[in-house]
Design a protein around this ligand. Structure first.
Ligand SMILES: [Zn+2]
Length: 472
């Protein structure tokens, strides 16, 4: 992995002249959460990594004694990297916008569209970097992003450039909107694209970037924004295109009661029936929110292995309701976690999102509706399944070398160390001490190793100012 050596230069000490893949040894973690088939939690344990994959997991005493780089993680909890299945990273330019602070979905969108119409390619790249930095520091190692508006020459390539620069494993979703206000849709006409252009650009992106291989760092997803912003034809043709290339499909569905009412009035069906009618169910499909998915929708999703991205903070922020995650999980629906766009959260704190998932299920369905370990499982294995991956989400031989470490000696965990795994969810959200993605150290001792955060945040804030002023 020669391309990754620069990130660990100066720390590594070569122990052999062997020219095989670069090796990394993690040892003495207080607890190592495997998320393997037996859900083992190991004490005084570690990992041995060759290149970008895990070769061994176990007690420190059973692992090789040396490696090109050794991380002694005494005092830390190590676990698989968290997987974010729904986001709109460009929205990190428009957090806490006064006119959109107190509205439900449709009103919130209407207030923001007129600002987003001024977004530029640089804004996409910078906001994606900032959003990814926030995700990485909060434990996320793989993220999807749903970019569905492309004003002023913006392209999905701008997000992809950011992911490559910061070192995040990325599922880039080519979103789209095609039904503007003059055709009865919600978005302004200036923000919608021609359907033929959308399909053509989506094919270009898949052919240019999509890596279907194991340990892929970059995949492309076909993702019309929502049933209320694209036509029936585009939904159908997008599904045909995705299946021709063998890539995943993603959209928003059944987010709140107005969304359901729109579907009934416009299409004469519930959102789940509409999705089925369009070919938008199956193991290669995942839908964001599904707060108002009814019993037959849950049964349909379970039967077809259609995934759900659960976004508890956003659902609370927009008062969309409490998604029936307990029922979905019991029925066998694949469920992952999503922070959702930064204009409806307005934080992208991944471990915090797992905590909110637990708390919100309990508000809705009782104190045993979700345990801390189930919340962590949804945030790791759940997300991996929803994105169609079996090479991330667990620490086991043959899995991708993606892991995170939390320092258990912080005040926020004090008094909770009789169960550090549960503490991670019950206590206040922590930032990570380490994050390793594809075998590369991306966060070291709590600091991002790939991007200089100070100038990035300064540029981000300047662009956010330019954007909101342009909309005045
Ligand atoms: Zn969303």
């Amino acid at each position: 992995m020669t391309t990754h050596q620069s990130s660990v230069a100066g720390v590594a000490s070569a122990t052999s002249s062997n020219r095989g893949p670069r090796t990394l040894l993690v040892k003495h973690a207080d607890v190592l959460v495997t998320m393997d088939g037996e859900r083992r939690e190991l004490k005084d344990a570690g990992l041995y990594i060759e290149g970008n994959r895990i070769v061994a997991v176990g007690p420190t005493s059973e692992l090789p004694a040396s490696a090109d780089e050794v991380l002694d993680l005494r005092g830390h909890l190590v676990m698989p990297g968290l997987v974010n299945t729904h986001h709109h990273m460009y929205q990190s330019l428009t957090r806490a916008i006064p006119a959109a602070q107190n509205a439900e979905l449709f009103g919130w969108l209407t207030n923001l569209y007129r600002i987003w119409a001024h977004i530029t390619p640089e804004m996409i790249e910078v906001s994606t970097l900032t959003a990814m930095a926030e995700l990485l520091l909060s434990g996320c190692t793989t993220s999807s992003d749903h970019l569905y508006l492309y004003p002023n020459g913006s392209r999905l390539d701008d997000s992809i450039a950011a992911a490559c620069r910061i070192g995040m494993r990325f599922h880039a979703s080519r979103g789209s909107m095609s039904v503007g206000r003059k055709d009865g849709g919600l978005p302004p006409d200036s923000l919608v694209e021609r359907e033929s252009d959308i399909l053509e650009d989506t094919a270009r992106l898949i052919e240019t970037y999509h890596d279907e291989g194991r340990y892929a760092m970059l995949r492309v997803v076909v993702a019309p924004c929502s049933p209320f912003s694209v036509s029936r034809d585009l939904m159908r043709e997008s599904a045909v295109l995705a299946r021709r290339y063998g890539v995943s499909m993603h959209t928003h569905l059944a987010e709140n009661v107005n969304d359901v009412a729109y579907s009934r009035e416009k299409f004469g069906m519930t959102p789940a029936e509409y999705a089925e009618d369009l070919g938008w169910v199956g193991p290669d499909v995942w839908h964001a929110h599904c707060v108002q998915l009814d019993a037959s929708g849950i049964a349909l999703f379970a039967r077809t292995r259609t995934g759900v991205a659960h976004c508890p903070c956003s659902n609370m922020r927009l008062a969309s309701g409490i998604a029936p995650i307990r029922k979905m999980r019991d029925a066998g629906v694949p469920v992952g976690l999503g922070v959702d766009g930064s204009a409806s959260n307005d934080g992208a704190q991944m471990i915090g999102e797992a905590r909110q998932a637990l708390l919100l299920q309990r508000v809705g369905f009782g104190p045993d509706a979700m345990t801390a370990r189930e919340a962590l499982e949804i945030a790791t294995l759940g997300g991996a399944a929803v994105l169609g991956r079996d090479d991330i989400g667990a620490l086991a031989p043959g899995m991708a070398a993606d892991f995170i470490a939390f320092d258990l000696r912080q005040p926020l965990f004090a008094g909770a160390l009789h169960d550090p795994v549960a503490a991670l969810v019950f206590c206040a959200p922590s930032q990570v001490a380490y994050s390793v993605i594809d075998g590369r150290v991306v966060v070291r001792e709590g600091r991002l190793a790939t991007v200089d955060l100070g100038p990035l945040v300064e540029r981000h804030n300047a662009l956010a100012r330019t954007l909101t002023q342009a909309a005045r």
